[in-house]
Design a protein. Structure first.
Length: 317
């Protein structure tokens, strides 16, 4: 009797394809069957064939069954490992809306560790949808790529808006000056947190005060940026003492005797359309001018002069 029949291998796995991120299927444990010889044995071999890139390769699992007469059977299972997944990132920022003076720096994401080979990361940023210097959208794109050419884009949109008006640097104080001493116009300095796209205009008006000889100059600077945000700076300059001083005459004009009469008379310019008067006496004890009670006419009359009336007098109009 001659044995020319090779053993049979039972329970062999089929060829399969798996992702490089998945676990390989377990190695099968087939059984043998031989019609003529129970003395059979099986050998197992495995070889890896590199693919075109790091994440792709083939695994060949080989079983060889041999009986006592040297008849053998070989079976090969092919497992194709493929890489079709781009590298994944962690720490990616969400879309956001911010002021143009508070734009966040780009994030620095990292790979999540599931990549099958060498992973590369690139970043680019572009500005779109600009309606003015401070209103626009920043498109930030992180791109991952591996050795097998798998790529993926991660995009963050930063909506930037300008709602902040230009800022006047320094203060221009209100002033009170005498007639003829009005300072020259000096323009303030302007800054803008969102750029230099702004304009400044200036105008002034002069208002007449109810008090004769007094007026107010209102100076106004207005700054407007390219997005329509505006702010104003106002300076008020009060100008006084521009009308002629009242003239005072005294009767008698030479010597006033004790017990005699004294008449103080004030005359004013026609600019004073409805003058109001207040006579005052200088108090040497307090070094201040004191209103004389009831002395509110253009004429102040002393019926009987005594030593208490000696001193300086004036009239406020």
């Amino acid at each position: 009797m001659i044995d020319t029949i090779a053993p049979s291998i039972i329970g062999l796995p089929s060829d399969t394809t798996v992702s490089c991120t998945a676990a390989l299927p377990p190695i099968a444990s087939p059984t043998l069957s031989d019609a003529c010889d129970a003395t059979t044995f099986i050998n197992y071999f495995e070889e890896t064939i590199p693919g075109a890139c790091t994440g792709t390769y083939d695994i060949r699992r080989i079983w060889v069954a041999t009986d006592g007469c040297g008849n053998n059977t070989q079976y090969i299972q092919s497992i194709s490992v493929i890489d079709t997944i781009a590298p994944q990132l962690l720490g990616l920022p969400a879309d956001t809306a911010v002021s143009c003076s508070n734009i966040p720096a780009p994030a620095t994401p990292s790979f999540d560790g599931t990549e099958c080979g060498t992973a590369n990361l690139s970043f680019r940023s572009e500005i779109t949808d600009s309606t003015c210097a401070g209103n626009y959208t920043i498109i930030r794109t992180w791109t991952t790529e591996d050795d097998c050419g798998n790529t993926r884009d991660y995009v963050q949109r930063v909506l930037v808006s300008d709602t902040e008006a230009p800022i006047f640097a320094g203060l221009i104080n209100d002033l009170t000056v005498e007639c003829g001493s009005v300072p020259a116009v000096v323009d303030p300095t302007i800054t803008d947190r969102c750029g230099n796209d702004f304009t400044m205009t200036y105008n002034s008006i002069e208002l007449t005060d109810s008090c004769v000889g007094t007026s107010v100059i209102v100076r106004k600077w207005t700054a407007v940026d390219g997005c329509g945000n505006t702010d104003s700076l106002i300076q008020r300059i009060t100008i006084f003492d521009c009308a002629p001083d009242p003239q005072i005459s005294i009767t008698p004009s030479n010597i006033i005797c004790q017990g005699g009469e004294a008449i103080f008379t004030a005359s004013v310019d026609s600019l004073y359309t409805n003058p109001r008067y207040q006579w005052q006496f200088y108090d040497t004890l307090t070094n201040t001018w004191q209103d004389i009670s009831g002395a509110t006419d253009s004429t102040y009359f002393i019926a009987a002069v005594d030593s208490s009336h000696s001193g300086d007098y004036r009239v406020k109009v």
